[in-house]
Design a protein around this ligand. Structure first.
Ligand code: CAA
Length: 373
């Protein structure tokens, strides 16, 4: 058996309530909260980026024994900080992982995390005593005053892939790829270029192509916005009832789109909020990455699956979050654009009490990170 040994998550503590955004944009707030299904979106704070978020997620699950057995770190992101150097090299260093480790970054929109997980499983199959750390970390930023603004978010997922996994084993299903133009971020653009309606249609089409026509209590989805779950659920041969569907999208509705981590955030939502005991439960998983790649697979949870998550840290994910005003949001995201493209910047005065890892400065284009506790 091969699968997810441990699963961790991090989402920023600063959030924009969608009613605040709706009021500022002169939109009926029901469109955002009921039509799109989003209540809040997590926004990165001044000294966070994809590396710090990935490290925060991994830090909650890795002990010294895990660290010693990691042989490869795969970093899935579509918010790359460098065209050449892999974000996994920074993460490996910050997390104190062994230096005889492979470190690579992968990209295919929101699908790269799932692709990385299957590559990791193959690696573990041929190196059964080793583990692979798969990090997924993204900042969904579309810029101000466009239709994508309501479907932003930020966060990271860490998955440890191993033989005899504590959380659950992964069962391969069907996959499909098509050359499509729904969502892309060419090298001249700071934000993605999106045909949202085309993307939603492709997502639904490709789900229909790869789903396995089995009836089950939970199917988790990649969720660019919470109500995508409703649209996806309707495509299934055996749709979930409303109570189970709400559990699948609960976390997403207060975090927003975290791109590569989004499907696994939906899984964490089920692990945290399901009313049933989930031991031996098989959960459907649908991954979608624009451009476009889709895959349907399942995870069968173990009897002691709770050992594969850090419930305390997961329960703390939404504690002590700070609601941003519209002015705060504009300042924060203007700062984000400035800092992401700065070749030299000092961020050392921004450290918050809940942070373990910070982006402290950039010098000559090289990001300097610090573990602050
Ligand atoms: N009260 C209640 N509901 C209302 C309403 C009101 N006053 N006004 C509108 N609505 C409903 C609409 O009926 C609609 O519901 P249905 O989809 O069920 O018909 C919903 O609110 C959204 O309305 P619109 O379609 O008119 O909204 P929009 O034109 O602003 O576009 C969007 C929404 C396409 C998601 C857009 O925000 C977008 O392009 N986002 C970025 C891209 C994205 O998220 N695409 C999704 C798939 S892509 C993917 O999966 C990859 C990825 O991660 C990006």
């Amino acid at each position: 058996m091969i699968g997810i040994d441990k699963l961790g998550c991090y989402v920023p503590k600063t959030v924009l309530p969608l009613t605040t955004l709706a009021q500022a944009r002169g939109v009926d707030s029901n469109k955002y909260t009921q039509g799109i299904g989003q209540r809040e979106m997590a926004m990165v704070s001044h000294n966070e980026d994809v590396v710090t978020m990935a490290c925060e997620a991994a830090h909650t699950i890795l002990d010294d024994h895990d660290k010693a057995s990691i042989d490869m770190v795969l970093f899935a992101t579509e918010t790359g900080i460098d065209y050449s150097k892999a974000a996994s090299i920074y993460a490996l260093d910050l997390l104190g992982l062994p230096s005889n480790t492979r470190a690579i970054e992968l990209k295919q929109a929101c699908y790269a995390s799932t692709g990385a997980m299957f590559l990791a499983m193959d690696y573990v199959r041929s190196h059964p005593t080793k583990k692979v750390l798969v990090l997924s970390s993204d900042i969904a930023w579309y810029g101000f005053e466009n239709s994508g603004e309501v479907t932003q978010g930020a966060g990271a997922i860490a998955m440890l892939i191993s033989m005899n996994p504590r959380l659950g084993s992964i069962n391969e299903g069907l996959k499909a790829v098509r050359n499509e133009k729904d969502f892309y971020r060419p090298i001249f653009s700071k934000v993605p270029l999106v045909d949202g309606k085309l993307s939603i249609g492709l997502y639904q089409d490709m789900l229909k192509e790869v789903e396995d026509h089995q009836s089950r209590r939970y199917t988790c989805f990649h969720l660019p916005f919470a109500n995508m779950a409703n649209k996806a659920n309707r495509m299934l041969t055996y749709p979930m009832d409303e109570a189970h569907l709400n559990i699948v999208k609960e976390l997403g509705s207060v975090v927003g789109n975290i791109y590569n981590g989004s499907l696994y955030l939906s899984l964490i939502s089920v692990l945290l909020h399901a009313k049933e005991d989930l031991k031996d439960e098989t959960i459907g998983m649908f991954a979608y990455g624009s451009g476009a790649m889709a895959e349907f697979f399942t995870i069968t949870l173990n009897e002691n699956y709770q050992e594969g998550i850090n419930k305390t840290s997961l329960n703390q994910l939404l504690e002590g979050r700070q609601a941003l005003s519209m002015d705060d949001y504009i300042e924060l995201m203007q700062h984000y654009e400035l800092k992401e493209y700065a070749s030299d910047i000092d961020l050392s005065h921004y450290v918050k009490p809940y942070q373990t890892f910070v982006h402290e400065s950039t010098t000559h284009g090289h990001r300097n990170y610090k573990k602050v506790k």
